[in-house]
Design a binder for this molecule. Sequence first.
Ligand SMILES: Cc1cc2nc3c(=O)[nH]c(=O)nc-3n(C[C@H](O)[C@H](O)[C@H](O)COP(=O)(O)OP(=O)(O)OC[C@H]3O[C@@H](n4cnc5c(N)ncnc54)[C@H](O)[C@@H]3O)c2cc1C
Length: 363
Amino acid sequence: MIVIFGSGIIGLSIAHRLLENGYNVTIVDLKDKTGNATDASVGMLAPLLEAKPYESNLFQLMLDSKLSWDKLLKDTKISRDVGLKNNSSLLIASDDDETESIFFKKNFIEKLGVNPKVLSAKETLKLESNLNSNIKCSLFLEGNNQVSPPLLKSFFIKNISEMGGKFLLEDNIDKISFSLKKVSFSGKKIDADKIIIACGVWSNEILKNSFGIEFSMRPIKGVSMLLETDGELFKNNIWFKNLYIAPRTKKLLAIGATEDEKGFEKFVTVDEIFYLSSKLWEYLPEIEKLKFNNIYSGLRSTIIDGNPIIGSLKKNGDIICSFGHFRNGILLGPITAEIVLNYVKGNKIDKKHLFFSPKRFNL
Ligand SMILES: Cc1cc2nc3c(=O)[nH]c(=O)nc-3n(C[C@H](O)[C@H](O)[C@H](O)COP(=O)(O)OP(=O)(O)OC[C@H]3O[C@@H](n4cnc5c(N)ncnc54)[C@H](O)[C@@H]3O)c2cc1C
């Protein structure tokens, strides 16, 4: 039996992969999941736009995970179920500075072996006629597409239950103890060969209280919005310097996202609504036609070096960590689940994946 703490996208992806491989799985979470990152996420699958020049290990991990998403696109039924779209991303420049940064980004991406196109304003508007006509140009990245996080979550929950996975919801879990193949928490004791900590930004708290282990990690708050339109406004995902828009369906746009250090604050503040709305107003004409549907606030778990923690603890190899996915947990779900599966199986871990292990912090 494998017990997973946390049922965000990371815990669910791992549970699903383990069940596919014949393991018994129990997933434990809290009744109150307010502030989890997954429910606020937009679902962009765009490694090339997320890549930073100094993060080559992470970029490779994102590319590897993207391959799994691209493979899944061939299954039209699952793709429909999870809202996986075969569209692309356009990074828009609205002034000279942004145009310069688009060419900088293009050069950087070319060094990674990909040749993105820079489209003129006219070419961009031909693809996406609802953009503001004052744009300067855009960078077109084919296949940097998106999935719908709420549909993906529902898909996992349904399939995990059908495959025999069990879900437990608790009022509070401050501390767990794990020994002799039993894990205890909130007055319960259940069988567990291995346990997986996938509690996002709350992983540190549980590790510290239970095993005296702490990573250098902090919450980065993000707010996103869901808006309704009368008809299809965009076909592709639209990225500006400070905002991105994912057309989830023909009439639903997901808009992201703020990025702030506000501790564990979970509620939405007016300045966050103002930030997203005013950016949208800068970039899109006629925002008065957009109907407000919902707003979400989530805490991204962020490790000091920007990379997730995936792997066994030095102190006890049967405790596997999987958190710190910051801005890319949806994209990284498939590869994270694959790496964790290898740790569970006791397989030799690929050198490029060992980089993400807790051992890089000597933990
Ligand atoms: C606004 C926003 C937009 C984003 N957009 C994208 C995007 O476009 N593409 C992308 O790839 N990523 C995106 N991300 C990042 C992505 O959402 C995260 O990296 C990912 O959701 C992390 O998943 P997780 O399962 O680790 O954490 P979470 O989703 O936070 O889940 C953690 C779970 O652990 C549970 N938990 C907490 N404490 C305990 C405990 N003691 N015991 C048991 N369970 C516990 C919580 O209740 C929660 O269910 C975005 C994030 C935000 C906030």
